[in-house]
Ligand binder design. Structure first.
Ligand code: ACO
Length: 324
């Protein structure tokens, strides 16, 4: 027998305010047609004034715990993936911890930008497998609207705000690939590509928050190559093939990247959970938002194999295989 991280429940939250491409095109030299054709995005949700990343995270956390029939007191750890924390410190996760009434255990943030949720899953999984925590709430939450240069049409049209959460629990089981839970996570980074996708501010460097800067074409090229490798490693490590994957639950950066990954897996695009049209790129929140949507609408069923993958600033990238 071995300890495995089992998914108990998931949840999500999107802010009420929706900004459509058409509305953006009134303020910026862009068009609904350009944004849709190049990215697949039609609209994005934006946090209200004063609504913070921890507010979004808390709503996703509460929904997840409610669905599992648990409270904050039942958790050993919270891992929040975010690149847009409420404050430089302390961790946004500790704000969520306090709001959930959780007074034991620990809470920390993970910073891997758009790969954050896969990284956070890996961190949580390793706490569970090492016996250091039994129940870990993993959250991806972002308010990217706060770090966008709203006059830069090459970046501001791409992102949105939101949060999603997944509750993991340690369970003893044989540990076969046919058993439920996280089969594996694979993480990668290559810091040489810092300047292709970064924020031009920070406490140490500029004492400002800064704005997101990206060489989109270059990021696209690396994403397709790196994600394909991460998928191959995940399948090989578990002696599985593309035929075994029921659902691709990808990071939502560009529908063309998702299509390329579905093609690589020989999956029809209907077998990829695609939310980018309505959510845009919500960075670390995009995978749990997509996961929650497909669980809620019944596409994802118990026992099915999910392949999660993401790539983001750093560069960071990774994959996870999860049997629901
Ligand atoms: N509206 C209209 N025209 C635009 C816009 C816009 N919003 N933005 C750029 N353009 C113009 C450009 O100026 C350029 O014009 P030019 O030919 O006259 O110079 C033209 O459109 C083409 O621009 P490209 O940048 O070459 O367009 P591309 O096809 O590469 O699409 C995009 C850009 C959508 C950003 C794409 O490269 C992409 O999706 N990249 C990957 C993003 C990604 O994966 N990010 C990873 C995660 S993000 C994270 O970690 C935070």
């Amino acid at each position: 027998m071995t300890i495995r991280s089992i998914a108990l429940a998931c949840g999500s939250y999107l802010p009420d305010h929706i900004l459509t491409n058409a509305e953006l095109a009134k303020k910026l030299n862009t068009s609904d047609d350009w944004i849709r054709k190049r990215t697949g995005i039609a609209q994005r949700h934006l946090a209200a004034d004063g609504e913070t990343t921890s507010d979004l995270a808390l709503k996703a956390a509460n929904q997840t715990l409610e669905r599992a029939g648990l409270t904050g007191k039942d958790l050993d750890a919270i891992v929040v993936a975010t690149a847009t924390p409420d404050h430089t410190f302390p961790a946004t996760a500790t704000k969520v911890q306090a709001a959930l009434g959780m007074t034991k255990g620990f809470a920390l943030d993970v910073q891997a930008v758009c790969s954050g949720f896969v990284y956070a899953l890996s961190v949580a999984d390793n706490f569970i497998k090492s016996g250091q925590a039994k129940r870990v709430l993993v959250i991806g939450a972002e308010t990217f609207s706060r770090i966008l240069d709203w006059e830069d049409r090459t970046t501001c049209v791409l992102f949105g705000d939101g949060a999603g959460a997944l509750l993991l629990e340690a369970q003893d089981q044989p540990g076969q690939s046919s058993d439920r839970g996280l089969l594996s996570t694979h993480l990668f980074s290559d810091g040489r590509h810092h300047d292709l996708l970064y924020v031009d501010g920070g406490p140490s460097k500029t004492q400002t928050v800064g704005h997101l800067r990206m060489e989109g074409k270059e990021v696209f090229r690396h994403a397709v190559k790196n994600l394909a490798n991460a998928i191959d490693e995940a399948l090989a490590a578990n002696a599985l093939s593309d035929q075994d994957v029921d659902w691709l639950v990808p990071h939502q950066a560009n529908v063309r990247i998702v299509e390329a990954m579905a093609k690589k897996l020989n999956l029809p695009i209907e077998k990829a959970i695609v939310t980018i049209e309505r959510h845009a790129n919500t960075s670390a929140a995009s995978i749990p938002l997509a996961l929650n949507e497909a669980v809620e609408d019944g596409r994802i069923q118990p026992g099915q194999l999910l392949l999660l993958e993401a790539m983001g600033g750093g560069f960071t990238w990774g994959s996870a295989l999860l049997r629901w």
